[in-house]
Design a protein around this ligand. Structure first.
Ligand SMILES: Nc1nc2c(c(=O)[nH]1)N[C@H]1C(S)=C(S)[C@@H](COP(=O)(O)OP(=O)(O)OC[C@H]3O[C@@H](n4cnc5c(=O)[nH]c(N)nc54)[C@H](O)[C@@H]3O)O[C@H]1N2
Ligand SMILES: Nc1nc2c(c(=O)[nH]1)N[C@H]1C(S)=C(S)[C@@H](COP(=O)(O)OP(=O)(O)OC[C@H]3O[C@@H](n4cnc5c(=O)[nH]c(N)nc54)[C@H](O)[C@@H]3O)O[C@H]1N2
Ligand SMILES: [Mo]
Length: 770
C-alpha cells in the first residue's frame, strides 16, 4: 500500500518573515527562510512544533456552566470551570442565538467586538477584518480607537506634526541616513530584535543592515536606554542609562542647553513652527521657577550633567537624527517624549534635511525607514458601523467594570457602554492588557464571551464559547503590506488541525444562521476572495503607474517585488522647501510647539506645551521605597507577543521553565539570587514567578521581563507561575489626551523562591468533560 511520501516546499508568510514550509505528507517538518532575506528572524522555527501542539483548540467548546444556564451562568467560573466539546452545528446555533438575544434585548451598543490584536499575516484571513465585517452586518458594535503600540503618539501627533500614520509612512529611509546622518541619538535604543516584525509580513529584514551602514559610514551612535543590548553590541554605540521614565527631563535639558548657548535654529523656529515663546519661558523657568538645566535633569535621570551638555553641543554641530522608540510613550505621560522629540529636532532646525530631523519608531518595526514605494493595497471591506460608541483601546477593563462612568479622552467627555457580550478573534487581552488581575474581574461582568482562537490561550480559557481557528499554514492567502516591497502567495501547506476552521468560515456559519450569509460572503469562497484582492491590487497598481502580473502568474511564481521608489524618502522635505504650499495637517499648518487646542482642553496631565511631570511609578517615586525595581516588560526576542509561546524557540529561552527575568548583579547579590533561580516578582497589584538571569546588561534598579508568557495563575486571580508581567503592570491611561497603555511605568520587588514551586500548567490542555 505504501507510496513514497513527497517532500515539498510551500510558500507562506508571517508577521516576522517570509518562509517556505517544508512538508512531508500532512506533516510540517521545518520552515526555511526566504532566500532574499538578508537577516531572517529567529522567531520562525517556533511554528514547527506549535502547529500541532497539545494546546491547539481542536473542536468547538462551551464552558460547562454556560452550557447549562446560558447567560444566567455563574460568571466567576470563567477561566476555571471545565469545558464541554460540542459539535460545530450546535456551537454555531448557540452562539447565533445568543448574539440575536443580546441584540434584541440590549441593542448593538451592548456588544464589544473591538477585538484588538495582531492575529496572523495574510490579507484575506485577517481575523480582525472578518470580525468587524461580521458585526457591521449584524448592525454594529462598540469598537476601539488607537493601539497598544502607540496610542499616546496617535493622540498627540495630529496637534503637533500631523496624523501619526502619515508620520510613520514617511520616515527618512535607511540609505539616506547612511549617506547623510552624522549623529544618531536614540531614546529607547534601537533594539533590532523588534525589527524582526512588521504587521502583515516582512520580505527583507533591513533594519540591522541599515544601522550597520550608518555605523560603517562613520555616523556616531548614542543611545539612551536602561538595557545595554537595546543596540546591537557590534555597532559600537555609546550607552547612556537614564532611570526609566526620566527621558523627558534629559530632552528638556538638551533643549535648555541649546537655548542658553544660542545653538538653536531661530530661523527654522520662526518659519516652520508656532508657539516657541511660551515653551521657551518654561525652559528658562519663568513659569514655574525651575530652569530645565542639565544639572536639574541630572538629579532626575541619574545621567551626568556634562554628558547631557556635551550631547546637546554635538547634536547642534552635526547632521543629527533623533529617534524615540514607541516604548517611550507606553508609559505615564507618554505623549510628552513624542512631542518633545519633534520640538528638539525643530530647535536643531534639521527637519526636512536628508539624515536630520526626527524618527518615531525606527527599529520598533522593520517597516519604519524601509525604502519602499508607497502603495495602498486593498483589504477585505469591513462596511459601516452603525454604532458610533468606542473606547480608547486600553480602557477595556474600565469599561466592563464601570458601565455609565464618565471619562476624558482627547477633548471629549465620554461615558462607558454597558457591555453584555464580548467577542474576540485574533487577539489576546490576557497577554496585551495591563493589570490582568483586574482584567479577570472585568471579564466576569459580561453575560457572554465568545472567542475564535487557534490555541488554548487564557483568552480562550476565559470564554464561554470557543471556536477553533486555523493557522495560516492551513489555508490559502496572500501577503500584501505597504511597508514591504514584496507580496507573497501563502499556500495551504498542511490539512486543518482537528476540526479547526478559518475565521471566515466561522463567521459565515454565524451569518448563515442570522440570515445574512449571502451579504457576508458576496458569494465568494476563499480562492475567489484571494483572486479578487489581487485583481484590485492590479488595478490600483495600474493607476499608480506600474504593473502587477495577472493572478495565475502571481500564484505560480509565488513572490512579486514592487518597483523601487521614484526617489529617496526624506521626511518633511516638501514642507521644508515650501511650508505654505505644503502645510502640515495641524491646526496652524506648522509644527506646534505650543498647541492652543490642547491647552484649551485644560488637562494638567497634558498641558499646552511639552512638560516634565514626575510619574507615579518610577525610581524617583516614594513608592520605590517599597517596590525598588523598575520593570521593563519590553517586547520578547523569541516570539511575537504571546504568539508561539508554546513553540520551540520561545520554550528554548525559558529559565527553569519560566519566562527569563534579567537583573543587575548588585540587585541580585542584595537578594541572594543567582542565574537559574526561580524568583517571585510582585507589587500590590499581583505577583508572578520568573527564571533569573543575572547580568550587567540591565542597569542597577531595573529588571527586564519581556511580555508574552501565557498567563498561568495558580488559583483564579492568584500567583501567576509562568512569568507574565502584566499581572504587575498598571492599568491607567497615559493622560486624559491619549488614554494609552502605560506598561513601562511599573515598580516591583523581587525575591528568591525556595521550596516547592508550582508547575506551569498552561502548556497543557484545560479540563474538558464529556
Ligand atoms: N507589559 C506589556 N504589555 C504589552 C506590551 C508591552 O510592551 N508590555 N505591548 C503591547 C503591544 S505594543 C501590543 S501590539 C499588544 C499585542 O497584543 P496581541 O496582538 O493581542 O498579542 P498576540 O499574542 O499577538 O495575540 C494574537 C492572538 O491571535 C491569535 N491568532 C493568530 N492568528 C489568528 C487567526 O487567524 N485567527 C484567530 N481567531 N486568532 C488568531 C494568536 O493565537 C494570539 O493568541 O500587547 C501589548 N501589551
Ligand atoms: N521580536 C518581537 N518584535 C516585536 C514585537 C514582539 O512581540 N516581538 N512586537 C512588535 C510591536 S506590536 C510593537 S508595538 C513594537 C514595539 O517596539 P518598542 O516600543 O520600541 O519596543 P519595546 O521592546 O517595548 O521597547 C524598546 C526598549 O525601550 C526601552 N525603554 C523602555 N522604557 C524606557 C524609558 O523610559 N526610557 C528609555 N530610554 N528607554 C526605555 C526598553 O529598554 C526596551 O527594550 O515592537 C514590535 N516588534
Ligand atoms: Mo504593538
Amino acid at each position: 500500500m505504501s507510496t513514497a511520501i513527497k517532500r515539498t516546499l510551500i510558500p507562506t508568510a508571517t508577521h516576522w518573515g517570509t518562509y517556505y514550509a517544508e512538508v512531508e505528507g500532512d506533516r510540517l517538518l521545518a520552515v526555511h527562510d526566504y532566500e532574499k532575506d538578508p537577516a531572517p528572524a529567529i522567531i520562525g522555527p517556533g511554528i514547527v512544533d506549535a502547529v500541532t501542539h497539545e494546546t491547539r483548540v481542536a473542536r468547538p467548546h462551551v464552558r460547562k456552566g454556560w452550557l447549562e444556564k446560558r447567560h444566567n451562568s455563574d460568571r466567576t467560573g470563567r477561566g476555571n470551570e471545565p469545558f464541554v466539546a460540542v459539535p460545530w452545528d450546535e456551537a454555531l446555533d448557540m452562539a447565533a442565538q445568543e448574539l440575536q438575544r443580546v441584540k434584541d434585548e440590549h441593542g448593538n451598543g451592548s456588544m464589544y467586538a473591538g477585538s484588538y490584536g495582531w492575529a496572523s499575516a495574510g490579507r484575506f484571513h485577517h481575523a480582525n477584518s472578518h470580525i468587524h465585517r461580521f458585526f457591521n452586518q449584524l448592525g454594529g458594535y462598540v469598537s476601539h480607537r488607537g493601539t497598544y503600540s502607540y496610542a499616546a503618539a496617535e493622540a498627540i501627533a495630529p496637534y503637533v506634526v500631523g496624523p501619526f500614520r502619515d508620520v510613520l509612512n514617511t520616515h527618512t529611509t535607511w540609505p539616506v541616513l547612511a549617506e547623510h546622518c552624522e549623529l544618531l541619538v536614540m531614546f529607547g535604543g534601537m533594539p533590532v530584535k523588534n525589527a524582526q516584525v512588521t504587521s502583515g509580513g516582512v520580505g527583507r529584514h533591513t533594519c540591522y543592515h541599515g544601522l550597520r551602514d550608518c555605523a560603517d559610514a562613520g555616523c556616531e551612535l548614542v543611545y539612551l536606554s536602561p538595557i545595554l543590548s537595546d543596540l546591537p553590541p557590534d555597532l559600537g554605540g555609546e550607552w547612556i542609562a537614564p532611570r526609566p521614565g526620566s527621558d523627558m527631563s534629559i530632552m528638556l535639558a538638551l533643549a535648555h542647553t541649546l537655548l542658553s548657548e544660542g545653538l538653536h535654529d531661530k530661523a527654522f523656529l520662526e518659519r516652520y513652527t508656532t508657539g516657541f515663546a511660551p515653551f521657551e519661558a518654561y525652559l528658562r523657568g519663568e513659569t514655574d521657577g525651575q530652569p530645565k538645566t542639565a544639572d536639574w535633569a541630572a538629579k532626575i535621570s541619574g545621567v551626568d550633567a556634562d554628558t547631557i551638555r556635551d550631547l546637546a553641543r554635538r547634536m547642534a554641530s552635526k547632521r543629527t537624527m533623533i529617534n524615540s522608540t514607541w516604548s517611550m510613550q507606553r508609559a505615564e505621560y507618554g505623549e510628552q517624549p513624542i512631542w518633545m522629540t519633534v520640538v528638539l529636532a525643530a530647535m536643531l532646525g534639521q527637519i526636512g534635511l536628508p539624515g536630520g530631523g526626527f524618527g518615531l519608531g525606527y527599529s520598533s518595526e522593520n517597516g519604519i525607514g524601509n525604502p519602499v514605494k508607497q502603495f495602498h493595497w486593498p483589504s477585505v471591506p469591513q462596511g459601516i458601523n452603525n454604532v458610533s460608541d468606542f473606547i480608547p483601546v486600553a480602557r477595556i477593563s474600565d469599561m466592563l467594570l464601570n458601565p455609565g462612568a464618565e471619562y476624558d479622552y482627547n477633548g471629549e467627555r465620554r461615558s462607558y457602554a454597558d457591555i453584555k457580550l464580548v467577542y474576540w478573534a485574533g487577539g489576546n487581552p490576557f497577554h496585551h492588557h495591563q493589570d490582568i488581575n483586574q482584567l479577570v474581574r472585568a471579564f466576569q461582568k459580561p453575560d457572554t464571551i465568545i472567542v475564535n482562537e487557534i490555541f488554548w490561550t487564557s483568552m480562550a480559557r476565559h470564554a464561554d464559547i470557543v471556536f477553533p481557528s486555523t493557522t495560516a499554514l492551513e489555508r490559502n492567502d496572500l501577503s500584501i503590506t505597504h511597508w514591504e516591497p514584496l507580496s507573497s502567495a501563502m499556500k495551504q501547506a498542511i490539512p486543518r488541525v482537528g476540526e479547526s476552521r478559518p475565521d471566515y468560515e466561522i463567521f459565515t456559519g454565524l451569518a448563515d444562521r442570522l440570515g445574512f450569509a449571502e451579504r457576508y460572503t458576496e458569494g465568494r469562497d476563499e480562492m475567489d476572495w484571494i483572486r479578487h484582492l489581487w485583481d484590485q491590487s492590479r488595478q490600483r497598481a495600474a493607476e499608480a503607474g506600474f504593473e502587477l502580473p495577472d493572478f495565475e502568474t502571481f500564484w505560480e511564481q509565488e513572490h512579486v517585488e514592487l518597483p523601487d521608489p521614484e526617489k529617496p524618502m526624506v521626511m518633511l522635505e516638501e514642507f521644508r522647501a515650501d511650508p505654505d504650499a505644503h502645510r502640515l495637517q495641524t491646526p496652524s499648518g506648522k509644527i506646534e510647539i505650543f498647541s492652543e487646542t490642547i491647552d484649551g482642553f485644560g488637562y494638567d496631565d497634558c498641558p499646552g506645551h511639552p512638560v516634565w511631570r514626575a510619574p507615579d511609578e518610577w525610581l524617583g517615586a516614594e513608592r520605590a521605597q517599597e517596590f525598588p525595581l523598575h520593570l521593563m516588560s519590553n517586547q520578547p526576542r523569541t516570539r511575537l507577543h504571546s504568539q508561539l509561546d508554546c513553540g520551540q524557540v520561545s520554550q528554548g529561552s525559558k529559565v527553569a521553565g519560566r519566562e527569563p527575568m534579567t537583573l543587575h548583579p548588585d540587585d541580585a547579590a542584595a537578594r541572594g539570587i543567582s542565574s537559574g533561580d526561580i524568583v517571585r516578582v510582585w507589587n500590590d497589584r499581583g505577583a508572578c514567578l520568573a527564571g533569573a538571569i543575572v547580568s550587567d546588561q540591565v542597569m542597577p534598579g531595573v529588571i527586564q521581563l519581556s511580555t508574552g508568557a501565557w498567563y498561568d495563575p495558580e488559583t483564579p486571580g492568584g500567583l501567576e507561575v509562568h512569568g507574565n508581567p502584566n499581572v504587575l503592570t498598571r492599568d491607567r491611561g497615559t493622560s486624559r489626551l491619549g488614554q494609552g497603555p502605560t506598561a513601562h511605568s511599573t515598580l516591583v520587588q523581587v525575591a528568591k523562591v525556595d521550596g516547592v514551586v508550582p508547575d506551569v500548567t498552561v502548556m497543557r490542555k484545560p479540563k474538558v468533560e464529556g
